[in-house]
Design a protein around this ligand. Structure first.
Ligand code: ARG
Length: 604
């Protein structure tokens, strides 16, 4: 990273090391004001500065004088005056005012804003605080089940998980993403049992099969066979028993079943990869529940050694109840009475694997919040058994449901569960229709642009809500060119593209040197506050703050663009400054979109 000239106070935390990162403007001002509190004999912590909600009065505020007044038994006004007398000396401030009864109102100079903007634009992290310090996070998301088609229930996990991964990486964490396939459960037993009924003569179904080829399967076949077998098991008790038996025999390693299972996996994973690719979602690891199998013996022996495992109604369980529990907390089942493993067993064994392979500081699970009880049990058991260090953060980042306009989980027209691929087709064709009248979309680009706009609409429509909330899937609203939508953001980028193209400055990264107008100041301030937003978003593990900020940058840009006639500006210096500002705004909004895994379009 380049060192910046030291005009005013530099924003870099430590310019002597290579891993330094930029402080945000509120952090810098907080330091200045905190020092003043300390100098006056008060606690340093009272100097917290935050952005003002009355920009017409001042840009920043500090209300520390009120807490100080209580603590030091003095009038807040007097304290605020003392602080003011110190900080007015600082050239960063244009105005320092004390408003009765003790508010400290701060406004910085335009030169100072411009100097910070220039540091931010030459920072390789674009001013995003590198709070991750190379700590490792494993993120478990996606969680599709092999042999079952991906449905929109898995859409949220993929969208939210992908953006949390990108957010954490942008903040300096080392992140490993694991899709954690459901590849070891009853659904495989159902498919195997049904395949066997239909094709009893396949070699792999012979009890003496040891090795050899299995007939090739395909995705359409699996998509047809799983719902069929699942329905059949509910109506036909004999078949249900067969499916359970097949599951147990598979888990015990029957060679013929393992061979079919591998073929099912091959087809299913290829299909899943295609779907995730369309969504711009990708994983470092394609491990499944089956990969945890080899850690189950170790899990059982740790639990036995620590005396945690006991028998209950034929099953082997671990108690995880706490005295403070208000609701019932059942023990976690490790082995069922038939010695088979369940969901909790594979999740616990997977924790052993993740700790061995990556020793992560955090493991995050992006899963439907209705699985809350399961994860509480698993995490408590993992800590009790010391499968991970006590300070490892194990956390369920639970998400709500995507609902239809009736407020119930989103369904197809005939009341079935909507498949993800059908949903993507629906949104792409809605976007295509919407863009059909656009003079900026050529016939040749129409399909690709429609796809991007459609997917952006769905992703942004999801991510703008806090992940834990349910939301209504409203395609018309998501595709609107106005309001908090992915469409509006993509459109804003295309507007900036077109100005830069018209002025031949598309590739320039000239710095902003001067500030001329009010809307320009507002835009620069919003840009400089972005670092705080990232800090907040990563602390809360909530990409919706990134969505909000992208929208804010886009609206403030629009205001600036409306008020300042960039292309017709005759003062060349002013014009160049403005072009530099919008080029950086574009870069920053694109960074937000990248975190949301939304692909921009050149024009629309
Ligand atoms: N396959 C599961 C489901 O469809 C989600 C897996 C979530 N991850 C985990 N480690 N349990 O509900």
């Amino acid at each position: 990273m380049k060192r910046r000239s030291r005009l005013f106070i530099t924003a870099f935390a430590d310019t002597t090391t290579t891993d330094c990162f930029m402080k945000t403007i509120t952090q810098i001002l907080t330091e200045i004001v905190s020092d003043a509190f300390e100098k006056c004999g008060y606690e340093k912590e009272l100097g917290a500065v935050f952005v003002s909600d009355r920009m017409d009065l001042c840009q920043f505020q500090c209300n520390g004088a009120f807490a100080a007044a209580k603590k030091y038994k003095k009038a807040p006004f007097i304290i605020a005056e003392e602080i003011k007398n110190i900080i007015v000396e600082n050239p960063a401030f244009l105005k320092v005012e004390v408003a009765k009864p003790g508010f400290l109102n701060l406004t910085v100079t335009d030169e100072y804003l411009v100097s910070l903007l220039s540091e931010m634009s030459s920072d390789s992290f674009l001013g995003i605080p590198q709070v991750g310090e190379n700590n490792t996070i494993v993120i478990d998301y996606g969680g599709p089940n092999v042999a079952k088609p991906l449905h929109i229930g898995h859409l949220r996990s993929a969208i939210i998980g992908e953006s949390l991964k990108r957010l954490a990486r942008s903040c300096g964490y080392k992140v490993i993403s694991d899709v954690h396939l459901g590849d070891w459960g009853l659904q495989i037993g159902l498919v195997i049992a049904e395949l066997q009924e239909r094709n009893p003569d396949w070699e792999c179904f012979s009890p003496d099969f040891t090795e050899g080829a299995v007939p090739e399967l395909d995705a359409d076949m699996l998509n047809e066979i799983y719902p069929f077998a699942s329905k059949k098991s509910k109506e036909d008790e004999d078949f249900k028993v067969k499916a359970h038996q097949a599951t147990a025999e598979l888990q015990n390693g029957r060679p013929g079943y393992i061979a079919v299972w591998k073929e099912i996996l091959r087809v299913s994973i290829a299909d899943l990869k295609g779907n995730y690719q369309k969504l711009g979602v990708d994983f470092d690891l394609w491990y499944g529940e089956s990969d945890a199998d080899k850690y189950i013996d170790e899990l059982v022996s740790i639990l036995t050694q620590k005396n945690l495992l006991h028998e209950s109604e034929g099953a082997m369980v671990v108690d995880v109840e706490l005295e403070s529990d208000k609701a019932p907390m059942p023990p976690v089942i490790i082995k069922k009475s038939d010695n088979s493993s369940i969901y909790a067993t594979t999740d616990l064994a997977t924790i052993i694997q993740r700790n061995k392979d990556f020793a992560p500081q955090k493991i995050w699970y992006v899963v439907d919040k209705r699985q809350d009880l399961h994860f509480t049990q698993v995490f408590r058991c993992a800590k009790k058994a010391e499968l991970v260090p006590q300070d490892t953060e194990l956390e369920l980042l639970g998400f709500g449901t995507m609902n239809g306009s009736d407020g119930k989980p989103y369904k197809t027209r005939d009341g079935g569960v909507m498949k993800l691929s059908d949903l993507l087709e629906t949104v792409t064709s809605a976007a295509a229709e919407k863009l059909s009248k656009s003079e900026f979309v050529s016939d040749e680009d129409h399909a690709e642009i429609s796809k991007r706009v459609g997917i952006a609409a769905v992703k942004f429509g999801d991510l703008i809500n806090h992940r834990s909330k349910d939301y209504i899937f409203d395609l018309d609203k998501f595709l609107s060119f106005e309001g908090k939508t992915g469409t509006y953001l993509l459109y804003t980028i295309t507007r900036i593209n077109s100005i830069l193209k018209k002025t031949n400055t598309a590739d320039s990264d000239a710095p902003v040197k001067k500030l001329y107008t009010d809307t320009e100041r507002e835009l620069i301030l919003s840009i400089l506050l972005t670092g705080d937003v990232f800090r907040h978003a990563i602390e809360e593990k909530a990409p919706n703050y990134i969505c909000d900020n992208a929208y804010k940058l886009a609206t403030v840009f629009s205001k600036f663009y409306h008020d300042n006639h960039i292309i017709n500006e005759s003062d060349e210096e002013k014009k160049n400054n403005w072009l530099a500002l919008i080029a950086f705004t574009r870069k920053l909004i694109l960074k937000h979109l990248d975190i949301l895994a939304i692909e921009p379009v050149e024009n629309m």
